[in-house]
Design a protein around this ligand. Structure first.
Ligand code: B12
Ligand code: SF4
Ligand code: SF4
Length: 373
């Protein structure tokens, strides 16, 4: 038997899974497009009309790197690992796409994050904000005198950009919700925090999806939800994105999940973007060096956070640089990000959720005893 005959006898599903695992994915599964198309944010037809199946792939953070990050020993290693995982998942997705196309099918390799349907920032807008930050920095520099033209430009950019940021909606609809795909494809189940929790790695995985018009045999959803309900994730969230006590029920691919009542996503954006390092808990902070905030607990929160972004830019210096990092990701994409730049300062709800109860408790203790930056 020659090599071609052997390949032909292996199902396309097995070829895809073998390729994903050989290339470095730690989990892979398949769901039918129909099983998740009922919600706008998880309808695969948005990216590939006529979609029949979606492949979910995951890679994990390593325990030692997470430990050092949570205990505030080392911020960069986790950021570097995230950057490398994101690139690798994008690369594996590309190889699966090529395999499917070689068999005559259409395929779409998704972006991992910042893939918002309703917020596509272009390069011109980013450049204008960058110019504004540079002028603000020059204006604050005692040794520099702005020219007349620069003063005019500074005032114009302030007038154009800052009110627009204050009015920008921070409610993002993804091109495709990878968490929904991963749950439907049997990689894990949604836990209390809203993150996908897997049996082997807890919530410490990142996800990508590949959509195809090939009719692939779907995998079963996980029967048992690996979330133990320990709620240590809620005790690790300075933002307050989700409740410790109140719950809500959601349905993904026919599976009902009881998860924490989720609050407005801007509670996370305020902290996870590194704009501030503290809100709910005074004993410890995230890696953000920018102090604390008291986020309002009513529906003014989205406007409050949009205003925080404008204020960070007006502040100039490091706070504005931090915001520029996130604005850049919006048009450049996460998989092309500069590996030297640290974009993660929180991620705590995901990282405390290790694979075992013991690991979760130890991780939580490391975080809450890590002090303030
Ligand atoms: C937008 C986004 C965010 C927004 C979330 C707000 C939002 N509306 O989704 C913000 C900025 C807050 C955020 C934060 C984080 N994110 Co994020 N984010 C995404 C993104 C782009 C889409 C998320 C999504 O599926 N939204 C749609 C629906 C599901 O969300 P919803 O509006 O909250 O849902 C409401 C209802 O529709 C209903 N509902 C109905 N069905 C469903 C289904 C699910 C799964 C949920 C949760 C709710 C839900 O409940 C909610 C009402 O309160 C994905 C990348 C991608 N393309 O998938 C990454 C992604 C979900 N993020 C990820 C991560 C890691 C994080 C953070 C840890 C920060 C970080 N380091 O990046 C935190 C965790 C926050 C948390 N505990 O949930 C990972 C998750 C990995 C995992 N193990 O689950 C993803 C998949 C990126 C990746 N490629 O790996 N994120
Ligand atoms: S930390 Fe505990 S409660 Fe939160 S998602 Fe993980 S297992 Fe579930
Ligand atoms: S990333 Fe941080 S701020 Fe956002 S939900 Fe998780 S713990 Fe809360």
């Amino acid at each position: 038997m020659d090599d071609m005959t052997i390949v032909k006898n292996i199902s396309l599903e097995s070829q895809i899974k073998k390729l994903a695992l050989d290339e470095g994915a730690v989990l892979v599964g398949i769901c039918s497009a129909d099983s998740i198309k009922d919600r706008e944010f998880s309808d695969p037809n948005y990216l590939l009309p006529g979609a029949k199946s979606v492949i979910s792939i995951a890679m994990n953070y390593t325990d030692e790197v997470v430990k050092k990050y949570l205990s505030k020993e080392d911020r960069h290693s986790l950021n570097l690992e995230e950057g490398l995982i994101v690139r690798k998942l994008k690369e594996i997705g590309e190889k699966i796409k090529i395999l499917l196309e070689e068999q005559g099918y259409k395929a779409n390799n998704c972006d991992l994050n910042f893939d918002y349907r309703n917020n596509k920032l272009n390069k011109a807008a980013y450049t204008a904000i960058k110019n504004l930050v540079e002028l603000i920095d020059k204006d604050k520099d005692e040794n520099y005198q702005l020219t007349k033209a620069e003063t005019k430009m500074l005032n114009n950019l302030k007038r154009l950009i800052l009110p627009t940021i204050r009015k920008t909606s921070l409610h993002f609809i993804p091109e495709l919700s990878h968490k929904c795909v991963a749950e439907a494809a049997g990689l894990g189940r949604i836990g209390w925090s809203g993150n996908l929790v897997t049996e082997k790695y807890g919530a410490r995985v990142l996800l990508n999806s590949i959509i195809t018009d090939a009719n692939l045999e779907p995998d079963k959803t996980l029967e048992h939800n690996p979330c133990t309900g320990c709620k240590l994730c809620a005790g690790s969230c300075q933002g307050g994105l989700f409740s410790k006590d109140e719950q809500q029920t959601i349905t993904i691919a026919g599976v009902q999940e009881t998860i924490a009542k989720r609050n407005d996503e801007t509670y996370c954006i305020a902290i996870c973007s590194g704009m501030k390092g503290q809100n709910k808990f005074p004993e410890w902070s995230t890696w953000s060096p920018f102090g604390s905030v008291s986020l309002p607990s009513d529906d003014t929160i989205a406007g409050f956070v949009a205003n925080m972004i404008a204020e960070a830019i007006e502040e100039g210096g490091e706070e504005a640089e931090n915001m520029l990092k996130f604005i850049l990701l919006n048009y450049k994409g996460l998989s092309k990000r500069d590996l030297d730049v640290d974009i993660l300062s929180c991620t705590c709800c995901q990282l405390v959720c290790g694979a075992t109860n013991e690991n979760k408790k130890d991780s939580y203790n490391l975080l809450v005893n890590s002090g303030c930056i």
